[in-house]
Design a protein around this ligand. Structure first.
Ligand code: SF4
Length: 487
């Protein structure tokens, strides 16, 4: 371990890339893959086992103590934030492999990676590979968005192998059980939700805010309804001439969630899919309904976060976060990007990470990554890597901007290593250590170059950091000579 890492060993609890063989960027916490079994034993069969339920009764649960340690925050602060709904700890009691995290404005900004197959590509092995890669590069949560194959089997494998919270969109699995959208029923949805809750899913996207009367508001949009869940429900409501069944039966979903401690991720089924559609009536009317549903979930002590857009120009990103906080009573905001321009397919991990950084600075708590394949195809392992890294940059930049505990120390440690030409230290501290080392070694591969006072960017003669170092040394010399002569 380099001097810089030793000096900053307190950063280990933050997001330092691991140097002990554990996944980069993922703090393995207690390291025991079954550490929660003991914590949840007494909860089995309980009628309400949510973190919010305990928090509101003044109980600091083991999960709260655990995340307090990870966040370097007071456990009592965690409890009070969970109690008022400003923070969630997604921790289904059946997901015993889980190392809990906190999502909320007091906690460090988190990122989510989506994995899961489609009906045309992918299998269990490649989904597990994507999960491991996402965790290795620093994803804090993962959503299994599988829509084909043996969905329950894939999900079980993912939960069994995941130390991070797992989210799902249950309507996808329900769709796989019927021939057409019109055959969907509330019984099928509740049965699917209950089965997933019993399996250990930590949070579920429920598009309960897509009300029948909001669908016509999308008629003149450039890109219509881009959420899969939103589009399915819109078609179901049109066919049956009924209100959204997830809205009508919301309390029944709460009853399931509170028995297992599943968090709502209240879906934005009417999110904008293009800059032209950002901030329209459909988006904001749905947001109002999500605010109403938040209060209904909280009546059951069920934890809630709110999903947000989507595609939003830069100058409107912060106001989207502020509006969510106001309308949804400060429930944590979980944003997809947002993409700040529509013109860069193939690079949407970048267009969206810009929006995500701004959203994070404004107070969004969880950033859902976007990969370079967005709009183009199902991401492969390298797309996952690129998406996760882009979003860790966004989340960390947000933590620095919000002055979160210890966030800037990481930047300062790397900058010191950089200025000291401590190349190995710089690589160890990098968000993507292997990537940084590989790029450096493309042109200066020898071990002797790890002590070089330059790199191939400017070369030895023009290395400004070397010149500055020499300048400082020269400036110090007369003073030293003077001190020596007067001594
Ligand atoms: S050569 Fe240029 S880029 Fe490389 S270390 Fe020196 S100043 Fe930095």
């Amino acid at each position: 371990m380099s001097a810089n890492l030793r000096e900053c060993s307190h950063l280990k609890l933050h997001e330092l890339p691991a140097t002990d063989g554990s996944p980069a960027g993922h703090d393995n916490g207690h390291g025991d893959p079954h550490s929660r079994e003991e914590w949840v034993r007494d909860r089995i069969g309980g009628q309400n086992v949510t973190q919010m339920h305990y928090a509101r009764r003044g109980i600091v649960s083991p999960e709260m103590t655990y995340v307090a340690q990870r966040e370097q925050l007071d456990p009592e602060l965690i409890r009070s934030e969970v109690a008022c709904g400003r923070m969630i700890i997604p921790a289904n009691m059946h997901h015993t492999r889980l190392e809990p995290i906190a999502i909320g404005i007091e906690a460090r900004c988190k990122i989510n990676a989506n994995i899961g197959n489609s009906s045309v590509t992918s299998d269990i092995g490649s989904e597990l590979q994507k999960l491991q890669l996402a965790i290795r590069y620093g994803a804090h949560t993962a959503m299994d968005l599988s829509t084909g194959g043996n969905i329950p089997e894939i999900r079980q494998a993912i939960i069994d192998n995941s130390p991070v919270p797992i989210g799902t969109v249950p309507i996808y699995e329900a769709m796989a059980k019927v021939e057409c959208i019109e055959e969907l029923s509330i019984d099928l949805l509740l049965e699917t939700i209950a089965a997933q809750a019993e399996q250990g899913v930590d949070y579920m996207t429920i598009h309960a805010g897509v009300l029948r009367e909001y669908v016509p508001l999308t008629a003149n949009r450039v890109t219509g309804i881009v959420s899969r869940g939103g589009a399915i429900l819109a078609q179901w409501m049109k066919h049956h001439k009924k209100q959204n069944m997830l809205y009508d039966h919301f309390d029944e979903i709460c009853e399931i969630f509170k028995k297992h401690d599943v968090c709502f991720s209240l879906g934005d089924g009417l999110r904008p899919g293009s800059l032209a559609d950002a901030n329209d009536d459909a988006q904001f009317r749905e947001l109002d309904t999500l605010g109403e549903l938040t209060l209904r979930a909280w009546e059951h002590d069920v934890q809630v976060m709110i999903e947000g857009p989507g595609h939003v120009p830069m100058h409107l990103v912060a106001m989207n976060v502020e509006r969510e906080m106001e309308v949804c009573h400060e429930a944590p905001f979980y944003v997809l990007g947002p993409l700040v321009t529509d013109v860069a397919p193939g690079y949407d991990h970048i267009t969206s990470a810009i929006g995500a950084a701004i959203a994070g600075q404004a107070g969004a708590s969880l950033l859902c990554y976007v990969t370079p394949k967005e709009h183009l195809g199902l991401p492969d392992a390298d797309d996952v890597r690129q998406g996760v890294i882009a979003y860790r940059i966004a989340a960390h930049a947000a933590d620095v901007a919000r002055g979160r505990q210890g966030a800037r120390d990481w930047d300062d440690a790397l900058s010191r290593a950089r200025f000291q030409f401590d190349w190995n230290g710089q690589f160890e501290l990098a968000m993507d250590p292997e990537g940084a080392r590989a790029m450096h070694d493309e042109t200066l591969p020898d071990e002797t170059h790890k002590g070089a006072r330059y790199c191939s960017m400017c070369g030895p003669k023009f290395c400004s950091m070397r010149l500055t170092t020499d300048l400082r040394a020269a400036a110090a010399e007369p003073a030293e000579e003077l001190a020596a002569s007067s001594g």
